[in-house]
Design a protein around this ligand. Structure first.
Ligand code: UDP
Length: 472
């Protein structure tokens, strides 16, 4: 171990594109910098059309060096929600990442005092392990989701070699994934894993295998939340070392500090101020959750029939449609006294407002952690990617959420009816799920304790720092 008080250590983070990867990565980088002043951080960013990065966001971290990678020459493939599109796009960024890091070393890092300690990749950028190998530095990954889904990710190559048929041929087939106490029905795993010949499947296996090559994986989770999964990951020989450092959250709302949003954000918070405690159902489906008109109508009718107050963040599939044209005629007027329909919301501020009593969520991992941080029970409505598995984890494994649309799905276009929306909302808001509410309240305390001095996540950060320095 070569350690001296004057020695500095540089970490280069390469998160995948999109705000929901960048924000938790940057927040974690900041945690690390605050914990140990020997570190400095550079974040390589990929500014893509589907999740543009606001300069106001990166400007709010003067202690971090951001380098925007040059867009690849070849046109990026169509993104949609496809993993293969995303991974192909990231692969195009690989030469630019290599160039940016080489230049950083040559021009910014004084070889007498600063060492490049590691590259910190994420689940989609593990193809850059090659760059770390070329440079002779260790690679770590910052996995922006939890332990259980990480385990699926690491386990995919095993599933691939042991299951010969397509999962889609029998979606009731139960899978034994080590980090899950219960058998997991195939229908709950990302649909990209259902068909072996599809491009997304091939990329999943590739990324899972490469994730297994890094030295350590830092996860945005905490021991009291995913005890079983974290313990299980720690026992598999040959797996990377796991550091659970969460919940890492953007509590200052820096990602929502865009000026164009300020007025709308104020209106939302003022509206919430007028509502009684725990009376509002909050609906929000992440950075990319959109619905077509038929589904919007069902939600509107369900909310209206439930009679409960609501704050509904809704975004049309076709981005050009106006909000008032989406909802049924007269809906806004009829529910004006008790509801607010809006676009992008300052979600952390909303969940932290005492008037919110339930969160109808797509089960993105950041949304889950934010909800528990404020002790708000989730009504699960997963849409795509690993969200169904997250819903399975929350409802079946942890008993911390209530099912609206379950982890099952008949098809991607499956409509959730107004009756289902009404039933789900009533269940949580009318006292049927008090056990879940109580457990979520406890998780709120546990999530805060994890970050405090002596807490499990604070301990993991310390261990990570030691390992990063020892690895030099
Ligand atoms: N978010 C927000 N306002 C919105 C939608 C999303 O502030 O209207 C934030 C939310 O607080 C969370 C992130 O965007 O931090 C979404 O991340 P998540 O992992 O939940 O879902 P994803 O966008 O990756 O599907």
């Amino acid at each position: 171990m070569r350690e001296s008080t004057t020695k500095k250590y540089e970490l280069v983070f390469i998160p995948g594109p999109g705000i929901s990867h960048l924000v938790p990565t940057v927040e974690f980088a900041k945690t690390l910098l605050d914990s140990d002043h020997r570190f400095s951080v550079t974040v390589l960013t990929m500014n893509v059309p589907f999740g543009p990065i606001q300069p106001s966001y990166t400007d709010s971290f003067p202690q971090i060096r951001f380098i925007e990678l040059i867009r690849p020459d070849s046109p990026p493939p169509e993104m949609k929600h496809s993993l293969s599109g995303l991974c192909e796009l990231i692969d195009h960024y690989k030469p630019h990442s290599r160039q940016a890091i080489t230049q950083l070393i040559a021009t910014e890092l004084d070889p007498n005092s600063v060492s490049l300690a590691a590259l910190v990749l994420d689940m989609f950028t593990t193809t850059m392990v090659d760059i770390a190998d070329e440079l002779g530095v260790p690679s770590y990954a910052y996995y922006t989701s939890g332990a259980a889904t990480l385990d699926l990710f690491l386990y995919i190559p095993v599933l691939d070699s042991t299951i010969e048929t397509d999962l889609k041929d029998d979606l009731t087939r139960e899978l034994e994934i080590p980090s899950f106490k219960n058998s997991v029905p195939s229908i709950a795993v990302p649909s990209a894993l259902w068909t072996k010949s599809c491009d997304d499947y091939i990329w999943y296996v590739y990324c899972g295998r490469r994730m297994g090559e890094v030295k350590g994986v830092i996860i945005n989770s905490f021991y009291d939340l995913e005890t079983y999964a974290i313990d299980s990951l720690g026992t598999v020989s040959g797996y990377p070392k796991i550091y659970s450092v969460g919940p890492v959250l953007d509590l200052a709302g820096r990602a929502n500090s865009d000026k164009s949003q300020t007025q709308q954000n104020e209106n939302i918070m003022k509206w919430l101020d007028k509502q009684p405690a725990r009376s509002v159902v909050f609906l929000c489906f992440g950075s990319r959750g959109t619905f077509d008109v038929d589904q919007v109508k069902e939600i509107a009718n369900g909310l209206e029939r439930s009679g409960h107050r609501f704050l509904w963040s809704v975004r049309p599939k076709d981005g050009s449609t106006r909000l008032d044209e989406l909802v049924p005629e007269g809906f806004v007027e009829r529910t004006a006294e008790r509801g607010m329909v809006c676009g992008w919301v300052p979600q952390v501020g909303v969940l932290g407002h005492g008037s919110v009593g339930c969160f109808v969520s797509h089960c993105g991992w950041n949304s889950i952690l934010e909800s528990f941080w404020f002790g708000v029970p989730i009504l699960t409505w997963p849409l795509y990617a690993e969200q169904h598995l997250n819903a399975f984890l929350l409802v079946k494994e942890l008993g911390l959420s209530v099912e609206l649309k379950g982890y099952y799905r008949v098809s991607e276009d499956d409509l959730v009816t107004a009756e289902e929306v009404e039933r789900g909302v009533r269940k949580v808001m009318e006292g049927e799920c008090e056990e879940v509410r109580k457990r979520v309240e406890e998780m709120k305390e546990k999530s805060r304790r994890a970050l405090k001095e002596g807490g499990s996540s604070a301990g993991s950060v310390k261990r990570l720092i030691e390992d990063l320095i020892e690895g030099m």
